[in-house]
Design a protein around this ligand. Structure first.
Ligand code: 13P
Ligand code: SF4
Length: 326
């Protein structure tokens, strides 16, 4: 079996009922499938749990199973492995990275921290284990505001790596965190001009935006939040039409939960591309998921020393979130 390409490169026999085989393998292997909302719809439909980054970390931590198949991107698999070092954690395609995590090299982040002595280091979960190992507390878009606010007002802080989320949290908390200059290529590409035009055509539509979007777009939003928060807003809102400024995978669960409502993807700057798709998230396929379960590969491995240091700020995030009821 060959995993050199970052996934199990084995042809699946013609006529295999992938969905049925995946269910069978899950039982045989005592495995659980966790999927992020940005995964292909067919993967979300097969998952035991779907959720945002915070929910996936929380679920992983509590699972009794022997194996976790994390259908998401690499840092999500790493977070699960750090929390569950004794479990087998596989991601169907290890090439599923994250442009935001890649925008923060651990060596450069260390220099950034050293240039700001005495600052508490807050890192978004979209980071490598090596960056988390340099961090005091990890946050997700679900809990960033409350975790930042849980520190005394005069605490000097560094926030990395997402400049849009960091600046947004500064703006709503009145804090003055020093923000690393990173971004996500999917969330940065929405067109503010085209969104304004779209709103004119759909005057009753509510705009839902992930805080990784640019400030110029966030100021047009009716709701800013994590994938789970945007989904909940859509479910609970009496409104019937929504423009969604985040990765397109979330539309699958929105449409499933709200079949009577209309969801319109926010327009990308380049209308000829599939830019609302995260190319990393979409690397995972049913075939790769099937092979990952069957061969228990490719596994996420984290250097034990880094994992030990990275675990502390993740646990701190989970503790504060539990205490605050997030
Ligand atoms: P959530 O934590 O809101 O699910 O976001 C994860 C992510 O990668 C956003 O691009
Ligand atoms: Fe990373 Fe952006 Fe993809 Fe989220 S959408 S996983 S932040 S590249």
């Amino acid at each position: 079996m060959n995993v050199e390409k970052g996934f199990v490169d084995e042809p699946v026999a013609e006529g295999t009922d992938l969905r049925a085989e995946i269910q069978k393998l899950k039982k045989e292997k005592d495995a659980v499938i966790l999927a992020h909302y940005y995964q292909k719809g067919e993967i979300q439909d097969l998952a035991d749990f779907i959720g945002d980054s915070l929910a996936l970390a929380r679920i992983a931590e509590k699972l009794p199973n022997r194996m976790i198949v994390l259908c998401g991107v690499h840092f999500m698999g790493e977070t699960a492995k750090i929390l569950c070092p004794d479990k087998i954690v596989v991601v169907p395609d290890l090439n599923a990275g994250c442009s935001l995590a890649d925008s923060c090299d651990a060596g450069e982040f260390k220099e950034f921290i050293e240039a700001h002595p005495g600052h508490t280091v807050v890192s978004y979960v979209n980071t490598s284990a090596a960056v988390k190992a340099l961090t005091d507390v990890v946050v997700t878009s679900s809990n960033a505001r409350q975790i930042v606010e849980s520190f005394p007002e005069d605490t000097p802080m560094i926030f990395g790596p997402d400049r849009n989320l960091g600046n947004y949290i500064n703006s709503i908390t009145g804090r003055n965190m020093v923000v690393w200059n990173g971004a996500c290529h999917v969330h940065e590409q929405f067109s503010v001009e085209k969104l304004v035009e779209l709103k004119k055509q759909h005057p009753n539509a509510k705009v839902l935006a992930h805080p990784e979007c640019k400030k110029s777009l966030l100021i047009l939003a009716d709701k800013i939040g994590s994938t789970a928060a945007l989904l909940n807003y859509a479910v609970q809102s009496p409104e019937k039409e929504f423009i969604v400024a985040t990765e397109s995978g979330i539309l699958h669960e929105m449409m499933k939960k709200c079949p009577d409502k209309t969801f319109i993807p926010a327009p990308p700057s380049d209308s000829t591309c599939a830019c609302n798709d995260c190319n990393f998230m979409k690397l995972n396929t049913l075939e790769k998921l099937y092979n990952a379960l069957k061969f228990e590969q490719p596994q996420i491995e984290v250097d034990p020393e880094i994992a030990l240091r990275a675990r502390k700020p993740i646990e701190k995030m989970l503790e504060i979130s539990d205490r605050l009821g997030i």
